[in-house]
Design a protein. Sequence first.
Lengths: 373, 197, 337
Amino acid sequence: MPDAKKTLTPSKVFLFGTIIKNPILVQVIGLCPAVAASSSLTVALLLSFVTTILLIVCEVLASALLKPLPSWFRVAVYMITGLLFICPLMYILDEAGFSVVSDAGVYLPLMAANSVVALRCEKFAVKRSVFLSFYDAVATGIGVSSVLMLSGTIRELLGFGTVAGKAVFESAPVPALTMPFGGFVVLGFLAAFLKKFISTFLSGYSYDMPFRIKRTRRRRPGRTSEQPVLIEPTSSGEPLPLGESTVLSSPAIEPDAASDPSLSGGAVRFQIHEAPKESGKESFADVFYNSMSEDLFAREEAFDDIAAEVKTEKHGGGQFTVGTETSPSANSDIVKPARDEAERVVIPVDLDLLEEEEINRALKKDSEGGKDG
Amino acid sequence: MTWFFDMTQAALFTIFIQNLVFNGGYGSSEAIRMSAKPKRFLPFSIMIAFFSTVTAVVCRALDSIKEISEQGEAVHSAIFGAVLILIYIATALILKLTLAPNKKFLSTLGIAAVNTLVFAAPLINRRAGYGYAESVGTGIGSGIAFILALMLINAGLRRLEANKNIPPLFKGTPAMFLYVAMLSLAFAGFAGSPLFA
Amino acid sequence: MAVKTVIKTDKQKRPFCCDMLIMLILPAVMAWYYYGGSVLRTVFVCMLTGVLSETAGAFFMRCPRDLGDCSSLFTGAAMALMLPADFPVWAAAAGVVFAVAAVKLPLGGTGFSPFNPVAAGFSFLCLCWPDKIFNYPAIDTGSGYVKGASLAGMLSVNTSIRPNTINVFDIFTGNVPGPAGASCIIVLLGCAVFLGFSRRRSLINSAGFTAACALFALMFPRVYSYNARPVSLLMELCSGLLMFSALFLVTDPAVSPEKPFHRFLYGAFSGAACMLLRYFGKFEEGVCFALLLSNAMWPPLYERILRRESKRELRKRVKRRSKNRALSAERRAPDNA
């Protein structure tokens, strides 16, 4: 893939920050003000203003001055910056007698610890120029603000029957929408609407918004501290298609067992390639971002996970999905995950497989015992 | 023994009656994102509980000083925020000097410390007029509430992932939002129990 | 973990919700008897809203519409009968729209939605209009009941129930203020009999649910009388939406496991959650919130149960296999000798 960083233009940054990778609806960051606080348009306006200013200040600061500092320390600096801006603002608004401060409650000071600011600074600003960072801050600010205000308007209209304090309905049509639960519901529908919008008008950027469990650690050359292990089939010559492959990459796969035809029972054999070892470096944003399956501007960079097949096995009367790590055609050829990898996969509960394995082990033990005896 | 009762009561209140993640929305983005990584549930929640408890207790101690307690909301927010930052930096430095953790650990520590859930704990305690025992209870309760939220959302993500019948328009983030909305709705049934009033 | 749903099997040609709809006929008749035609109008409007919102939702969400499974009709009818008779029709319709358009369709449709749409819709209405949803119209019974106060409401106040306030016959015939279609216990028992004949396995869920609730009621009575425990048992089980939920909501096949024992466990888990919500919750009736909670918490629990069982089963099989092997070795030994 061509280097995404080189092809970044202000317009692209703007489009991504506002719509394609909307911070709240797509990246799922900064939910606290969106879900809980923005139950009215005025509060949403205040929070939008604060977020946008904070984003601009922090991103420019991070891009211009904070690059030499370590990642963990920069996070504290962002919060200090937020407090330095928000607390005087609260004081001034409070002294001036604006009720919006009390309406916002504890959520206004909490904006200092908002994940949008820290994440955008760490993900974008510290890696790029001040100019692009400023653009990104404005775009992200607009993205956040539009969602906050839209959500605030909808929730105020349906929850209180007013818009910006002016009565529209005689009574509140759906009062529950003012609660955090209502915030999540509104965000859910807005996210679906955004998805439809992107697929209709920006089909070039159309993509699914997956939110799936990480069963395996993302393997990114040059980013992860571990040596990624890629497994490719050698007998067929073609890479295993995702979803059909039942391979879990794991250092525990014994090369002999995997490549020995007598053991694999005619199944597709695997060849293990170890990626070049590079110095591991994972920043604040990487840790945070890795929980999503997609990263901003780096989606194509990432290797596709060789996902463990989610295999539906029938057990007793009930059916449930389990992830198994068996070779495609031979049940006896079980590729066992290593001890440290075990947590990343769902433990197989297929009785037949387990029984076979257990019985083989017991027989082996018996035979050894017999020899000893 | 009263302090233990107060602490437990405050913790239960924080976990169920006013589940900070579902009923308050605090730290919901961290909860949703972290829920995709079961391996980090426990350490992350312990970190959250640690920072919440220590920050809440220190802030409670500061709030007992007359000059500070008389100040308004803005000054309190600034002081509490500063306390949180100091505790975070101190913890990170101590860990860095003693255990020499890797960058990933420190980054996770940063996420656990600088989030709305931890910062909200002392502010909520002050509004509720909690004492020391209750502040500790809220801190511990925050951690437990967080891990409960992580487990529930994780189970939800797995179910949504396996559910092939979700309309394409709602696959992914929209369905996840609606799932969390239902969890929030379920916990709303606890809110405002007369037992803890 | 995804629990596969068995909505329609070869043996059971009729959709599950169709059976539920048939079961709802009797409660609807009783509601009409006590509260007049307005209840039936609400039921009709809610059913119509269910169908319309499913059609419109399926159109906008681009998902397949499946009106044949009667689930939207059942959602509407059940919701209407769970509400007070004088509950505003438009508000009841809003609950149905929420249940269908925000819970059922976007999360996978009938049988695949992780949450029970009726429970979610009712919980939504509880949060929206708590003052209306638990304010029941009075029934002129002539007995000692406080007019307009339901049994669940009296229980939630803890001290309201005395021996002389209880008329068991009235409770069983539904001649007490309460949800329009959920107060008549005799009719609900009749529905249980029907369920026992048509869906025997589903009745196990109800049994588990009722057993857990009964246990809670016996252990922690909320009434003050000389024979508190039996009175508590009667009042808790017959009050509010407990029996109605046991028959119509807990039996939802979308989350139900298959094995009878697991079904019983699921029901018991839901029942425990229900009683906890009743005791410590905000509202006098927390069964729908409890069902949402159990819908969310049961699958991971179930997965653990299955894993434990599979391990146990595995150990048994291995033991059996090794025993057989040893026996055959013993048999072979004399032959060789």
